[in-house]
Design a protein around this ligand. Structure first.
Ligand code: HEM
Length: 480
């Protein structure tokens, strides 16, 4: 064999070896695990139509019954893995959180602002989260009690002419005012009005079809978002001129300096302020609406709450002295009613993540790019964790819960940093509601509306009166 032939043989052998190694590698890299059970539905639409043609809770519950705690589906154009076991949810949100990134539709990200913390993970997220957490910590919010009290009393008084009030929509005003307080401290009234007006426009278009067509709800939202940036720019400029260090959220964001002495950009500050407003308002308002419904429908529980709150009221000389922080920390009956309302209503039924690489969990493959949905509501309504889960029963919170089964505020690095301020405002509102007001639900029903959080039908129409109520015809309704 000549030298040329030998070289040729070597080349061929080398090439064959190269191909062999490549294919072997590919074989090795190919995941051995299989996808979880479940149906991917029709081509393109997947199971989207099934999800929207029925109560979403039924959609998820029937699939959990059919396939178990981990199943696949295809909704809204995305292949998804749904998780309904506490361990699987912990895996995604806590122990392997770095493998799953938060994901939101771009149209929504644009309205809130792309730098808002909940769109991020890693270093930037940790940096902003620390600031948000610090400004919502117990040490800071304990000083908000008198101001939240004033906002609660003023809100309750404004509904109390005996007219029919759509409770959820009024509570949104209350939770907006408290969110503004936690973000800005005392903000001048004209700024508050401008923020409210434009934020309401943004809010109206948030869940509408994204389009650039002028006059549409979404386009109006985009314009309102631009105006909000300008208003917040003004507020920031004024705050900087004052050079007064505040420990509210705006203060923390403005005072931040990284290791290189770099401040946050104006966009980062603005996006995070709008992000916190957004995270705070509808969640707390819809939960409060559920509490009012549940305690209205359960006269024994209402009586127990009244007794607890009256004792505090009396110890404050018939409400002559303001509520103290210590008193708000010692309302066990009311607190359990709030916890049970969080579980029962599960207003955040699930959240979204996206796998950033192929991940294996208990022999199942979660493919890169697929959405992953921890199903909080399914866990809250699983009889293995909560006996008779469809019954409203606050006493279940008298004993310890199974680990990772109460997920109303999420879990892990993105868990709600506003949970304590949310509970604080609920406790304060309930304290004044049961001591100084009476209310009756008009046409109490068990219907649910999605706004997109679940709220009682029509936002729970109700009538409120200052206690004792003036003479009026109750029309056969049960008054609390
Ligand atoms: C009843 C009221 C509330 C409920 C049920 C609730 C629930 C939640 C849940 C489940 C998450 C985690 C979402 C996820 O992992 O994808 C979350 C995140 C968040 N919540 Fe709340 N929330 C409430 C009120 C508030 C309030 C009052 C504030 C602020 C004042 C707030 C600020 C936030 C923020 C900033 C995040 C994002 C945290 C991050 O990504 O690191 N929330 N909330």
């Amino acid at each position: 064999m000549g030298a040329n032939n030998l070289l040729f043989m070597y080349l061929i052998c080398g090439l064959l070896l190269f191909i062999l190694i490549k294919t072997q590698r590919r074989k090795l890299a190919k995941p051995t695990s299989s996808l979880p059970p479940g149906s991917m539905g029709w081509p393109y639409v997947g199971e989207t139509l099934q999800l929207y043609s029925q109560n979403p809770n039924t959609f998820f519950a029937t699939r959990q019954n059919r396939y178990g705690d981990i199943f696949k589906s295809h909704i809204l154009g995305c292949p998804c893995i749904m998780l309904a076991s506490p361990e699987a949810v912990r895996f995604v949100l806590v122990s392997k959180a770095h493998l799953f990134k938060p994901t939101y539709p771009p149209s929504k990200e644009k309205l809130i602002g792309p730098s808002a913390l909940f769109f991020h993970q890693g270093g930037y997220h940790a940096k902003i989260r620390k600031l948000v957490q610090a400004s919502l910590s117990l040490n800071v919010i304990r000083n908000l009690v008198p101001d939240i009290e004033a906002i609660a009393i003023s809100a309750l008084k404004s509904w109390s002419g005996g007219q029919v009030t759509k409770t959820f929509w009024e509570l949104k005003k209350f939770t907006f005012d408290v969110a503004v307080l936690s973000i800005f401290g005392h903000l001048e009234a004209h700024y508050k009005e401008m923020l409210k007006e434009n934020y309401n426009i943004l809010d109206k278009g948030y869940n509408s079809f994204p389009t650039k067509l002028p006059g549409t709800l979404y386009h109006n939202s985009v314009l309102a978002r631009r105006r909000l940036s300008l208003i917040l720019g003004e507020i920031i400029k004024e705050r900087k001129e004052k050079k007064f260090v505040e420990n509210d959220l705006l203060g923390s964001l403005l005072n931040f300096k990284d290791a290189e002495g770099q401040n946050l950009s104006q966009n980062e500050i603005v996006d995070n302020i709008i992000g916190v407003l957004f995270a705070a308002q509808d969640t707390t308002a819809s939960l409060l609406t559920w509490i009012l419904k549940y305690i209205h429908d359960d006269s024994k529980l209402l009586e127990a709450i009244k007794i607890e709150q009256k004792a505090i009221y009396d110890s404050n000389d018939g409400g002559k002295h303001p509520l103290t922080w210590a008193q708000t920390r010692n309302m066990p009956v009311t607190n359990r009613a709030i916890m049970e309302s969080l579980r029962m209503s599960s207003i955040i039924s699930f959240t979204f993540r996206e796998a950033i690489e192929n991940v294996e969990y208990k022999g199942y493959l979660i493919p890169k790019g697929w959405k992953v949905l921890p199903l909080f509501r399914n866990i809250h309504h699983n009889p293995d964790f909560f006996t008779e889960p469809h019954n409203f029963n606050p006493s279940r919170f008298e004993v310890g819960l199974k680990p990772n089964t109460f997920l109303a505020f999420g879990n892990g690095s993105h868990a709600c940093p506003g949970n304590e301020v949310a509970k604080l405002q609920m406790l304060i509102l309930i304290h004044h509601l049961v001591n100084n007001f009476r209310w009756t639900v008009v046409e109490s029903s068990n219907g649910v509306e999605y706004v997109p959080f679940p709220v009682p039908e029509q936002g729970l129409p109700a009538k409120f009166w200052i206690d004792p109520p003036p003479n009026h015809n109750m029309g056969g309704h049960h008054t609390t």
